[in-house]
Design a binder for this molecule. Structure first.
Ligand SMILES: *Cc1c(COP(=O)(O)O)cnc(C)c1O
Length: 421
């Protein structure tokens, strides 16, 4: 079925007299008739439910829906996007291993990779999404276990050349993991281009309404783990009575290990009520995404033509550095734009403070238009020199276009420009 239909129906199929809407199963635990039955669920945890630290029916309905939207064999929700990226890597990297990541990734992920994973003994090797094949291949070490990138990078708005990165990763016997938060499965299906594992911060477009945080990991089921590099999947797991994930679970080995081992031990599983709210957002995702793209393209063109604007970055805009890749991989370039206003930091702040409709907040990909000033907010600690090195100018504004009428959004932008006179 098509995305519009999956968004509404996948993951939950009520039978005779059951509730039409996916119920909130607000229970930490599940009851059995006998001790022997409980014991058998411990022997085969995928058979039934044990405890809501790692599986719950409301959350599982959402997992199934997103797995179907991405075309994967299975998925696991987490309590944040950060937790999704953490577990996606920990599932195949241990102390002494390394992985390769593009530098064009979310700031929170940079901290996770460069600081926290480093403390755990896992090295992140950085390349640019724009580097040539040779440079990327040189970055591999014998202990490299994955390649990581973002479909549409936050905030760089770089589009990953998925086929190129997948080919390089596979040549070295490791999977390509992609954070596809900004694209969502509605704008891009990375598994169709060779990506192996997808993560999302569901906090953004999937929820859409800014009411709860969450994340998800989706497994394509296509990667062959049995090449000697992933003993945690191909050799007995002592913490699970010697189970060998690839033997017992075949194509779903990666995602079942993530749940049975990592979620069991870390417990960063969302609450049923959060999954219920996420599901409401997902129901309209396929309808909302094209409108974000349409509004954002109109805003990008309007900004580009304005005398107060120095430059606009939006992969959907003809002439953008990533336009060709966006045409190849995306059905739309999402609602996030960044632009540089003439007059630097002062002009940017004046412009933003004069907006009435767009809210000034640290968020993106909301249903409502919002703005952020990287130089004085998310990257505040940097000097002007350091900002320049990081590719952030004082006059740069991140504009997350919402679903209001395009006329009202543009009228609001005009108020901002009028204040500069
Ligand atoms: C926001 C974001 C994250 C982190 O997600 P949280 O839900 O805030 O933990 C990860 N990746 C990308 C691309 C994001 O935009």
């Amino acid at each position: 079925m098509k995305d519009e239909t999956l968004c509404l129906h996948a993951g939950y199929h009520p039978k005779n007299s059951e509730p039409r809407v996916v119920p909130i199963v607000q229970s930490t635990t599940y009851v059995y008739d006998s001790t022997a039955e409980v014991a058998s669920v411990f022997d085969e945890p995928t058979k039934s439910l044990i405890y809501s630290r790692f599986a719950n029916p409301t959350v599982m309905a959402v997992e199934q829906k997103i797995a179907e939207l991405e075309g994967g064999v299975g998925a696991m929700c987490t309590s944040s996007g950060q937790a999704a990226n953490l577990l996606a890597l920990l599932n195949i990297c241990k102390a002494g291993d390394s992985f390769i990541s593009t530098s064009q990734i979310y700031g929170g992920t940079v901290n996770l990779f460069a600081v926290t994973l480093k403390k755990l003994g896992i090295e992140c090797i950085t390349v640019s999404a724009d580097d040539d094949d040779e440079t990327i291949e040189k970055a591999f070490k014998p202990n490299t276990r994955a390649v990581f990138g973002e479909t549409i990078a936050n905030p760089a708005l770089a589009v990953l050349d998925i086929e190129r990165f997948a080919n390089i990763a596979h040549k070295h016997g490791v999977p390509l993991i992609m954070d596809s938060t900004f694209a969502t499965p509605v704008l891009c299906k990375p598994f169709d281009f060779g990506c192996d594992i997808i993560t999302h911060s569901t906090t953004k477009y999937m929820d859409g309404h800014a009411v709860q945080g969450g994340g998800i990991i989706v497994d394509s089921g296509k990667f062959n783990w049995d090449n000697g590099k992933f003993p945690e999947l191909t050799e007995p797991d002592e913490s699970y009575h010697g189970i060998v994930y690839t033997e017992t679970y075949g194509k779903a080995a990666y995602i079942i290990k993530a749940r049975m081992q990592l979620m069991r031990d870390f417990g960063c599983y969302p609450a049923a009520h959060s999954a219920f709210l996420l599901n409401l957002g997902l129901e309209t995702l396929a309808i909302r995404m094209p409108r974000y793209c349409e509004n954002a393209l109109a805003v990008a063109k309007y900004l580009q033509a304005n005398e107060n604007v120095e430059s606009v970055s939006y992969p959907g805009l003809e002439g953008d550095k990533y336009y060709d890749l966006a045409q190849k991989y995306l059905k739309g370039a999402s609602g996030v734009i960044s632009f540089v206003i003439k007059g630097g930091r002062e002009a940017a702040m004046k412009f933003m403070d004069s907006l009435e409709l767009a809210s000034n907040e640290v968020h993106v990909a909301d249903i409502r238009t919002c703005v952020l000033h990287p130089a004085s907010e998310t990257h505040r600690q940097l000097t002007d020199e350091q900002l320049k090195a990081a590719g952030i100018e004082g006059g740069m504004i991140r504009f997350s276009v919402g679903l209001e009428s395009i006329d009202d959004i543009i009228a609001d932008i005009d108020k901002g420009f009028a204040a500069l006179k």
